[in-house]
Design a binder for this molecule. Sequence first.
Ligand code: ZN
Length: 206
Amino acid sequence: MEFSSKLLENAVYEVSQLPGIGKRTALRLVLHLLKQPEEQTELLANALLKLRTEVNFCKNCFNISDTELCEICANPKRDETLVCVVEDIRDVMAIENTSQYNGLYHVLGGKISPMEGVGPQDLNIIPLISKVREGHIKELIFALSSTMEGDTTNFYIFRQLEGMNVATSTIARGIAVGDELEYADEVTLGRSILNRVPFENSIKAN
Ligand SMILES: [Zn+2]
């Protein structure tokens, strides 16, 4: 792509670094911003910068939060004995949208993936095991996507829990294999949480 301006080229390059955005889309977005009032670009840039510099993760569940404890963890009406283990924040949002779940979450920050060089130590697994060891949690619900990486991660955590007094379950696999949680519709996802099955059964079934 030939650019008439170095400034334009730089802006397009930076926008095209975002996932799913090619050079053409980046150019369209940048030209769109140029047509808007200058304040619009300022608002966008400031919101991103502020998010990046001030972002905070809930110290209990690792959800993105503006406060030390996120709104979910700080809500006394939520069931603290039930913890849903998810890959990322989008899964928390998806499950919250179903209004079918009243427990807490634990955001791992990814899945174990040897292919992508992500090991257990790169995820929030140790804090999860420590939390379970404290003894207040009665059930962990694995809600990772049904991919090989998701299964590997579930199984790794399951093994770490050996000998601890906690029930483990997995959301019903009504969701097609390979589907990401965030794409499941709310009704299906809500039903999957209500119809969760003991984790041991899911291993036997595989
Ligand atoms: Zn939290």
